[in-house]
Design a protein around this ligand. Structure first.
Ligand code: SF4
Ligand code: SF4
Length: 348
């Protein structure tokens, strides 16, 4: 992996040049009192190191609503896939969101390769930025081994004052950066090592502790399937699904058909769905097989820190803290749940 040192001014000028040539560049910007991903008119708008965006970067490659195909019924039936995608730069992405996309890359290309996701992903250039301070009170990325991106980025920037230390993750990234700066020297590498050591110490001190070992979470959950924690927390759940919607790794969707009034044309779309919503488990007969909200909370937690963790070797919670922030009754935070279960199982 090549590493460069690039003057911030040169780097931002390069991105501004992409914008002026019509390339879509999306980055976190301040909107009211929140941060959101938005198309840039200039890199001056970027909110560097701000709080996490309300929705994660997932929404760029896996939008909340996405048309999959259009059809026409006349003498014959014609079906046309709808794959809307164009080259896009996603700038200023935090490691927890890069890792979220990295996990989705596995899921959407596993067996039935998802053409819609893959085409968007191929057109995407991800430029991440290192978090040198925790971005919110709720985040716990350090506890989830997610304070640094595992893979999935094209370029990754570390703030070094007047310069960015830039790590290249792909040929696309290399093409964007190689003429801008110089190869990092041993002294630059030592400086970055020091910055990261200090960052780790700060995150370790500031972020809430995960009491069980990260690698023990699947076993801990399997041993506590009948814990009263699920019923107690579930009793306070509104079933609003906000925790699903904001999560960078939730990937469930519903498929809906829309028939036009002439009954000859129509479209099929997918919409984000979530396991905390009542209709998620409503089946054709009208029954709902996971009606109890505690059981839904357990299922959500098991998906993150047990089933998918065991399957892919990584927790499907990157510790971004969005669900804990979004939940009005403060029952869903995976770190709080793990700590409570750990504490209660030890005192038995
Ligand atoms: S489960 Fe919550 S903290 Fe973990 S990645 Fe999803 S939204 Fe972020
Ligand atoms: S856990 Fe919280 S955010 Fe999730 S559905 Fe229940 S009330 Fe809504």
């Amino acid at each position: 992996m090549e590493k460069y040192l690039v003057a911030k001014a040169s780097f931002l000028k390069r991105i501004d040049q992409e914008i002026s040539e019509g390339k879509e560049v999306i980055a976190p910007v301040k909107q009211e009192n929140q941060a959101n991903f938005h198309r840039l008119r200039s890199t001056k708008e970027v909110l560097w190191g701000g709080p996490q965006t309300v929705l994660s970067a997932k929404a760029i490659v896996f939008p909340p609503k996405e048309e999959l195909l259009r059809y026409e019924v006349n003498d014959e039936i014609r079906v046309q896939p709808s794959v809307e995608t164009k080259p896009l730069i996603l700038l200023g992405v935090h490691p927890c969101d890069i890792n979220g996309i990295s996990l989705l890359d596995k899921v959407f290309t596993e067996k039935n390769v998802d053409e819609h996701y893959v085409k968007k992903r191929e057109n995407l250039t991800i430029i991440g930025v290192e978090c040198l301070e925790p971005c919110s009170q709720e985040s716990f990325c350090y506890r989830k081994d997610s304070v640094f991106p595992w893979d999935g980025f094209d370029l990754f920037l570390t703030d070094m004052g007047r310069n960015f230390f830039v790590e290249v993750g792909s040929a696309k990234g290399e093409a964007l950066i190689s003429e801008l700066g110089s190869k990092a020297t041993q002294a630059d590498l030592e400086k970055v090592k020091k910055i990261r050591k200090e960052r780790d110490a700060l995150f370790d001190q500031e972020q809430r502790k995960l009491k069980p070992k990260l690698s023990d979470l699947p076993r801990l959950l399997r041993e506590n399937y009948d814990s009263p924690v699920w019923t107690e927390r579930g009793a306070k759940c509104f079933g609003c699904g906000s925790c699903n919607m904001v999560c960078p790794t939730c990937y469930c969707f519903d498929v809906r058909d829309c028939v036009e009034l002439d009954l000859k044309h129509g479209s099929r779309s997918r919409w984000w769905d979530g396991c905390m919503l009542t209709d998620f488990t409503r089946v054709a007969t009208g029954e709902i097989f996971r009606e109890d909200r505690g059981a839904r909370l357990r299922h959500r937690t098991y998906r993150k820190d047990c089933y998918l963790f065991e399957k892919w070797g990584r927790s499907f919670c990157t510790g971004c803290g969005r669900c804990g922030k979004a939940c009005l009754t403060k029952i869903v935070d995976p770190l709080d749940i793990a700590n409570e279960i750990y504490g209660r199982s030890r005192s038995r």
